[in-house]
Design a protein. Structure first.
Length: 277
C-alpha cells in the first residue's frame, strides 16, 4: 500500500476496533429518536401533503448520523493524537499534506456511510423505504460525509484539548444539524427561521438527500448540489492549506518546531531538534 492508503487503513482500523462505540451506539441513538418523535408526531404531522411523518423522519436521521459521525471521526482522531503525543510519528513520515487529507477525510466518509447504513436498516422497520431517485441519495451522502470529514479535520487541527472539541461540536455542529430540517420541513417554521435555515449548508445536504427518497423537497436538488459542492470545495481548500502550513501541529512533538521539506516528489515533516553542544 502507498503512504496515504496505509494511513487511511490505520484510521479505518482505529474506529472499527471500537465499532460498538463508533458505529453501534449512534445507530441506537437514531432508533431512540425515531421511537420518540415518530410515536408522538406520527398522527399529527403530514409532510409534503402525502408523506407520513415517520417516513419523512428516516432520511433525516440517516443523514444526521452520517454528518455527525464523519465529523467526529477526523476531529477526534487528531485531538487524541495531539493529547497522547503520538502525532509526532506521523509528522516524521514522508507523507504530503494531500495524503493526510485523503486519508482522514476518506476514513470519515467510510465511518459516516457505515453508520448511515446501519441507521437506515434499523429504522426501515418503522416505515417502508421508497427510492425515487437513488443516485441523489448516494451523491448527497458522499458529499455530506466528505464535507463534515474536512470540517472535522479543521476542528481537530484547531482544538488542543477535548474541551475545545466539545465546544466546536456543541455550539456549531449540533445547532446547524437541528436547524437543517432533520425533524421537520422548514416551511413549517416562521419566516425568520426559514431565512436562517436557507443560510445553513446542512439544510441543503439533508433536503437533497431526502429528495432521493420521495422525489419532493423544499428546494431544487440541483440548487442543493451546487451549494453543497461549493461548500465542500471551500472547506476542503481551507483544510488542505492548514495541513500544508502545519497549523498547530508544527512543533507539536518533542524538540520544538519543524518545517516541511521536500523528499523526492513528496513533502515530509522535519522535526526541529536542539543543536548538540
Amino acid at each position: 500500500m502507498s503512504g496515504w492508503q496505509t494511513l487511511f487503513y490505520k484510521e479505518v482500523l482505529r474506529f472499527w476496533k471500537v465499532s460498538f462505540q463508533t458505529v453501534a451506539a449512534p445507530v441506537l441513538t437514531a432508533v431512540l429518536y425515531m421511537l420518540i418523535f415518530g410515536h408522538v408526531l406520527e398522527d399529527h404531522v403530514k409532510v409534503y401533503g402525502q408523506v407520513s411523518y415517520t417516513a419523512f423522519l428516516v432520511p433525516g436521521l440517516v443523514m444526521m448520523s452520517v454528518l455527525q459521525n464523519a465529523f467526529a471521526n477526523s476531529s477526534s482522531s487528531l485531538v487524541q493524537s495531539k493529547i497522547m503525543g503520538n502525532l509526532v510519528f506521523l509528522l516524521l513520515t514522508p507523507l504530503s499534506h494531500w495524503s493526510w487529507f485523503f486519508a482522514y477525510v476518506g476514513s470519515s466518509v467510510v465511518r459516516g456511510l457505515l453508520v448511515g447504513t446501519g441507521v437506515f436498516i434499523a429504522t426501515a422497520f418503522f416505515a417502508t423505504p421508497v427510492f425515487v431517485a437513488p443516485w441523489w441519495i448516494v451523491v448527497f451522502a458522499v458529499l455530506g460525509a466528505a464535507m463534515l470529514g474536512a470540517l472535522g479535520l479543521i476542528a481537530g487541527l484547531w482544538a488542543e484539548k477535548f474541551d475545545q472539541m466539545a465546544a466546536f461540536q456543541n455550539f456549531i455542529i449540533m445547532p446547524m444539524t437541528f436547524l437543517s430540517g432533520v425533524f421537520y420541513s422548514i416551511h413549517s417554521l416562521p419566516a425568520f427561521w426559514q431565512g436562517v435555515s436557507h443560510l445553513n449548508p446542512f439544510f441543503y445536504m439533508i433536503d437533497g438527500f431526502r429528495f432521493g427518497f420521495f422525489g419532493v423537497s423544499d428546494v431544487s436538488p440541483w440548487l442543493s448540489l451546487g451549494i453543497v459542492g461549493s461548500s465542500l470545495l471551500v472547506i476542503s481548500g481551507i483544510a488542505v492549506q492548514l495541513l500544508r502550513t502545519g497549523y498547530k501541529i508544527r512543533g507539536s512533538g518533542q524538540g520544538g518546531g519543524g518545517t516541511w521539506r521536500e523528499k523526492g516528489s513528496s513533502r515530509s515533516w522535519a522535526q526541529g531538534l536542539p543543536a548538540s553542544t
